[in-house]
Ligand binder design. Structure first.
Ligand code: 1CP
Length: 354
């Protein structure tokens, strides 16, 4: 089978940047590029919950393709959610419209570990396999598969809903460390299973979204999160696809996020790309780091900020232009198009210019 309509993706701008190869233009894609901000998404999304749409391969394929068509981004990201494998494992979790992931019975005790069923890809992830295969047959750009990191998933399972400070989570983490590690072990198993399934079916790269890990101080990250993320990312090492490791507010954690195993590290807008390159030892490509709020600014200010990010990278090979976090629902799609066109016109990765 020749995937990707026969396109040779090895030399795509996105995969070349992941490998830090010079010479290609700077690739660009956006976290949360599919969905919420697109009128065409609202048209096909249907009335059920987002988990219904995710489990319908035709709809999930179409939603994944929409931003690629509209913006000409250099990578697609599978339309799914970080809680999909948790849902598929039988642990009661839902995505409540306007709220986010919710659990009627949050994870609190040893007995709750029994609520996860080991994943059987054929029975539990068939919709994901089918969606990935149909996307890979159609796409001319790489498809990024993804999973939630152990801390971020544990946040929703323990708290039972989105939270500002994750207080219940941190109390369980330090108060019942054995239980915490058992939970994270299960969540890492789910991440390994879902990522392996996405790559086996044709995804060209994977991203581990540990979005909220920046809520921890570095010593806590080292003790409670690092070993689990490292296990997930080592399990991916043999699959031969680049591994992107992402969180927000992780300026202080960048060395550990890199050491956990990453080929590409996500950087948010609080850290300059120059600083991030120092903190990661120059060993990985960087992905970022426009503040997503600036997509709501006037076009001229937005363009200045995009140019500032490109200048901060200073022509270094191994830059994937992205936002520091996901696209906000209220963003005008024309603003994203403006960013893509500007990055494609002016972004160079031909070696540092100074
Ligand atoms: O019905 C809807 O449209 C609900 C909104 C929505 C969408 C479009 C949710 C609920 N999830 C998604 C899709 C989704 N989620 C994608 C695919 C789309 C794309 O990227 O183009 C991805 C990659 C995610 C990943 C995800 N879900 C993360 C990691 C990225 C991040 O934003 O940090 C997290 C933290 C979630 C949890 C989640 N799911 C949905 C919401 C509203 C949230 C966040 C809730 C919160 O603020 O805590």
């Amino acid at each position: 089978m020749t995937p990707n309509g026969g396109a040779n993706l090895t030399s795509s701008a996105f995969l070349r940047a992941c490998r830090q190869e010079p010479g290609a233009r700077v690739p660009v894609w956006f976290m949360r590029q599919a969905g919420r901000s697109l009128p065409e998404y609202k048209e096909v999304r249907g009335s059920g919950t987002i988990l219904n749409a995710i489990q319908d391969p035709d709809r999930a394929t179409e939603i994944t393709l929409q931003p690629v068509r509209r913006y000409g981004v250099d990578a697609a990201i599978l339309f799914s959610d970080i809680v999909t494998p948790v849902f598929a494992s039988g642990f009661g979790i839902d995505i409540t419209p306007g709220v986010g992931p919710t659990c009627e019975q949050p994870f609190r005790t040893e007995a709750d570990l029994g609520r996860f069923r080991p994943l059987d890809p054929d029975a539990d992830l068939w919709f994901q396999s089918e969606t990935v295969r149909s996307l890979v047959a159609e796409l001319k750009v790489p498809l990024i598969g993804f999973a939630g990191g152990p801390f971020t998933l544990a946040c929703y399972l323990i708290e039972g809903k989105p939270s500002k400070n994750w207080t219940t989570v941190k109390a369980l983490m330090v108060g019942q460390p054995d239980l915490w590690h058992k939970l994270c072990h299960k969540l890492a198993d789910l991440a390994i299973d879902t990522l392996t399934n996405q790559v086996t079916n044709g995804a060209s790269a994977v991203q581990l979204f540990d979005s909220w890990a920046g809520a921890l101080r570095p010593e806590h990250y080292r003790e409670f999160v690092f070993p689990h993320s490292q296990r997930i990312l080592s399990a991916m090492a043999g699959l031969g696809v680049p591994r992107i490791h992402f969180g927000i507010n992780t300026g202080e954690l960048l060395p550990q996020i890199t050491a956990a195993g990453a080929d590409v590290v996500g950087v948010d807008w609080r850290t300059t790309l120059q600083d991030a390159r120092e903190r990661t030892g120059g060993t990985v490509a960087l992905q970022g780091n426009l503040d997503p709020a600036l997509l709501l600014a006037p076009a001229k200010s937005l363009e200045d900020e995009v140019r500032r990010v490109l200048a901060d990278n200073n022509g270094h090979p191994g830059h994937i232009f992205n936002l520091g976090h996901g696209v906000l629902p209220e963003v005008d799609p024309d603003q994203l198009l403006r960013v893509v066109e500007l990055v494609h016109r002016e972004g160079k990765a031909d070696g540092a210019r100074e």
